[in-house]
Design a protein around this ligand. Structure first.
Ligand code: FES
Ligand code: FE2
Length: 378
């Protein structure tokens, strides 16, 4: 799992003026919409006794811990400790990590890392979202598989005839013509020729009125850290899926899908579009959940790659560069699993770097700090 990226952690419409727990990178966070419309995102771990802030309530725009009622502002600072008599100060260490948030493309994005603003990798551009020719549907599901397995599945064109033989795959035409990968710093994509059968049902009625092409160009792509795109050019229009593969832990993934289409753009056709997305996803699920090893190997030679796996190989190579850069999060950094722990680590937020005054303000250690000898952080 990679830190130092903007992660789409929730659909915008799901974040209201009440605490909501979201999970990503094996960490829990609490998000809520303030009265000015801005969304706040804090580590869900109260520094007093580790209560889950997301189980608390809002007092104006502050979040109140459910255990002893400490109140935190959206910037992570505790401003009220009810057990203290009036006049007793709030300790500087009464503070949790706060993460930058933006809303874009119908999603709430939190920057999970400590990079200063100008060094942060960009949020990918999703042109369909603001294009009135397109209509979006939203769907999500939890998968018992690692997020990199679910990601690679979507950019993997060669599985289509086998796993999706009864949907858009064509078992009679499994060959993948060679394709070029266009890679940039944070993304890669490729136009791949497939020979799908005619769609069935509602969309099939539209397809049968058009001349049938021999191939269709499908654009597959990934955007770091966890988004994959599938652009299918149907005879009657475009269907573009963006899958946000949110790592709940190493072995569970929350997949949020936004599907854009520029045909049948009435609300009446939404249910049908969601059903198709769901059907295809449910064909992938058993295959992805059964893959072993569960985690994507670090060593490229640990699995065999062929020409048609070029997008996945590009991803694995790029990931290795970021691992070498120290952006990888795993093992003891994951606190959402079933293993009891004596220490909780969090993802370091930008304030840890930006604000030297707060250097000693952190109760919970961040990734990489826990091996320091006792007292060195004091
Ligand atoms: S655990 Fe949150 S106030 Fe005590
Ligand atoms: Fe698939």
């Amino acid at each position: 799992m990679l830190k130092n990226f903007w992660y789409a952690v929730e659909f915008s419409h799901a974040v209201q003026h009440r605490p909501r727990k979201v999970t990503c990178l094996g960490q829990d966070f609490v998000v809520w919409r303030r009265r000015d419309g801005q969304v706040a995102c804090l580590s869900d771990l109260c520094v007093h006794r580790g209560g889950a802030l997301s189980m608390g309530t809002l007092t104006d725009d502050r979040i109140t811990c459910p255990y002893h009622g400490w109140e935190y502002e959206g910037d992570g600072a505790c401003v009220k400790i009810p057990a203290n008599p009036p006049g007793r100060g709030i300790p500087k260490k009464a503070r949790v990590d706060a993460y930058p948030v933006v809303e874009r493309y119908g999603m709430v994005w939190a920057f999970l890392g400590d990079l200063p603003e100008q060094e942060r990798p960009p949020i990918p551009h999703i042109p369909e979202h603001d294009d009135p020719a397109f209509r979006a549907v939203y769907w999500e599901t939890t998968v018992e598989a690692n997020y990199e397995r679910t990601m690679e599945n979507v950019v993997d064109a060669a599985h289509t005839p086998f796993v999706h033989g009864t949907a858009f795959g064509n078992p009679d035409k499994p060959e993948i013509p060679d394709f070029e990968v266009t890679q940039k710093e944070w993304q890669a994509e490729a136009d791949i020729l497939l020979s799908p059968p005619l769609p069935k049902g509602l969309w099939g009625a539209l397809a049968r009125r058009r001349p049938r092409p021999e191939h269709v160009v499908v654009t597959n792509g990934w955007y770091l850290p966890n988004i994959v795109k599938l652009h299918v050019r149907l005879p009657f229009g475009d269907l573009i899926l963006y899958d946000y593969n949110i790592p709940l832990s190493q072995e569970r993934t929350l997949v949020k899908i936004v599907g854009y289409r520029n045909f049948f753009t009435g609300k009446w056709a939404d249910g049908n579009a969601v059903k198709r997305i769901q059907k295809i996803f449910e064909q992938d699920r058993p295959v992805v959940e059964s893959q072993r090893p569960e985690l994507l190997p670090f060593d490229l030679a640990a699995e065999l790659h062929i020409r048609s796996d070029a997008l996945q190989v590009a991803y694995r190579r790029r990931r290795q560069q970021l691992i070498d850069q120290g952006w990888w999060v795993d093992g003891d950094d994951i606190v959402t699993g079933d293993v009891p722990r004596r220490q909780a680590t969090v993802i370091a937020s930008p304030a840890r770097r930006d604000n030297p005054d707060l250097a000693r303000a952190w109760v919970h250690k961040a990734r990489g700090e826990r091996d320091e000898p006792a007292g060195s952080a004091e």
